[in-house]
Design a binder for this molecule. Structure first.
Ligand code: ADP
Ligand code: TRP
Length: 320
């Protein structure tokens, strides 16, 4: 079984991204032949600054390698290192009905959020379909927001196969239903757009400050507190063992413990959880040539697969 997923190089890794996207991606490498790529062509749809795009792409590579992507198990690459995907996008554009793309929520949402309605943004789902179909992927782990894109991918693959013969595999999505929405420092979904994120990697003092800013009610130190309705405790649950959780919950209920203490406990358990990854990341940061080499080799491996599919596709449509 071939499993594939992609991530956009969109910013500094926060706890929500890690638990919602990265951890499931790391788990997939134990389940089959896996491909994971950094979707830099997709990022162009929202016109980032070129230097920023390069910087973010390298940062995602670093973060994934630090957190446990094993380049022996996973073909880990940069989307644009396989330009065949752009060629396939063109060919698939020509079997994709406009109406299919006009129905996509992501385009409408982006426009509503003030992004310029360029043709790339409109065509985003076809590029994503090409990512998936180029590698004849069977299973695509994604967040709920990407479900429609997988439906579009299947529609396009079926249309292509009906027109030109059974060449493309029809993929299935695996939606990460079990990953709850991770709350941010204000209790809303953790998201860059809400400015309520806590970064995984970075300066210890600055990160600790974020924890200290978590919003709580205004109970005094003496008063008993309710762990289940507390933003601090909700985050603590993500990292602490059962015993640690029970112990802290008991201290909440007993009273005599301020939220400052709970925040410190949360920070400590968070810091310990990511200690090995932090160490690995520092090591890799001093060895960027290795990181670039991993990505380059991943690109070569991916491209070999892509070229086989493209040979079949070109022949089928009459380009050869
Ligand atoms: P942000 O909302 O900070 O802009 P992105 O949209 O770049 O984050 O998300 C990248 C990935 O991380 C997506 O797959 C998304 O589903 C996941 N993700 C982001 N925030 C959370 C969260 N709070 N809880 C669970 N998953 C999240
Ligand atoms: N659109 C996806 C996202 O924003 C990223 C992505 C691009 C992707 N191509 C893909 C995910 C192919 C899975 C398969 O999260």
């Amino acid at each position: 079984m071939r499993i594939l997923s992609g991530v956009q190089p969109s910013g500094v890794l926060h706890i929500g991204n890690y638990l919602g996207m990265m951890k499931p991606a790391l788990q997939m490498q134990e389940q089959g032949e896996t491909f994971l790529f950094i979707a830099d062509y997709h990022s162009l749809t929202t016109s980032p600054d070129p230097d920023l795009l390069r910087e973010r792409t390298e940062r995602v590579a670093l973060d994934f390698l630090a957190c446990g992507i094993d380049p022996e198990k996973t073909t880990f690459f940069r989307q644009s290192d396989v330009p065949e995907v752009a060629e396939l996008t063109w060919i698939l554009n020509c079997v994709t009905p406009m109406g299919l793309l006009e129905r996509c929520h992501s385009f409408k949402d982006k426009i509503a959020n003030g992004f310029s309605p360029n043709a790339g943004l409109f065509d985003y789902p076809v590029l994503m379909a090409s990512d998936i179909l180029l590698y004849k992927s069977d299973l695509v782990p994604v967040g709920k927001d990407q479900k429609q894109h997988l439906e579009v991918t299947r529609d396009i693959a079926i249309k292509f196969n009906n027109a030109y013969g059974d060449i493309l595999s029809i993929p299935k999505e695996s939606i990460r239903e079990d990953v709850a929405v991770i709350p941010g420092t204000d209790g809303r979904k953790m998201s860059k757009s809400y400015d309520n994120t806590i970064e995984i990697f970075g300066n210890q003092k600055k990160i600790r400050k974020k924890f200290m800013k978590i919003v709580t009610d205004s109970k005094t130190l003496e008063e008993p507190k309710d762990p289940e309705n507390c933003n601090v405790f909700n985050l603590y649950k993500l990292f602490a063992t059962e015993e640690q959780q029970e112990a802290l919950a008991a201290r909440y209920r007993a009273g005599g413990m301020g939220y400052g203490h709970a925040k410190q406990e949360l920070f400590d358990v968070f810091w310990e959880t990511f200690r090995p990854y932090r160490e690995k990341r520092e090591e890799l940061e001093n060895n960027m040539d290795y990181v670039r080499e991993v990505i380059r080799k991943g690109g070569e491996r991916a491209r070999a697969v892509a070229q086989q599919t493209m040979d079949e596709v070109r022949k089928a449509v009459g380009l050869r």
